[in-house]
Design a protein around this ligand. Structure first.
Ligand code: ZN
Ligand code: ZN
Length: 104
């Protein structure tokens, strides 16, 4: 339960914007920057998790893992920085999940 910083009244959901709260007695609307940044962080974390799951569906190739020397790895390519730069190939060891990149 949250209370107003000004009059200690009860904070209720803002009718105009349900994501925000306002004071039931004086109408004071506290800033909620903190809550927003927490939400953003959660979004980033869930995006990373999606990438992690997608990796399992990537094609396998013969590439030697620099960490455990296993010879099979998932691979995908990504354009880094500017578009005139060569594509970067990413590998992820099927065995130890070590990830590395290779430039052409
Ligand atoms: Zn108040
Ligand atoms: Zn490995």
């Amino acid at each position: 339960m949250l209370f107003c910083l000004k009059c200690k009244g009860l904070l209720i959901p803002n009718k105009d914007d349900p994501k925000k709260v306002m004071c039931a007695s004086c109408g004071y609307k506290p800033r909620q920057k903190k809550n927003l940044s927490v939400k953003e962080k959660v979004d980033i974390d869930s995006r990373l998790e999606v990438v992690d799951k997608t990796i399992e569906t990537l094609p396998l190739t013969e590439a030697e893992c620099p960490k455990c020397t296993y010879v099979k790895a998932f691979y995908w390519t990504a354009q880094t920085r500017s578009s005139d730069e060569a594509e970067t190939r990413f590998f992820r060891c099927q065995k130890c999940r070590h990830q590395w990149r290779q430039y052409d």
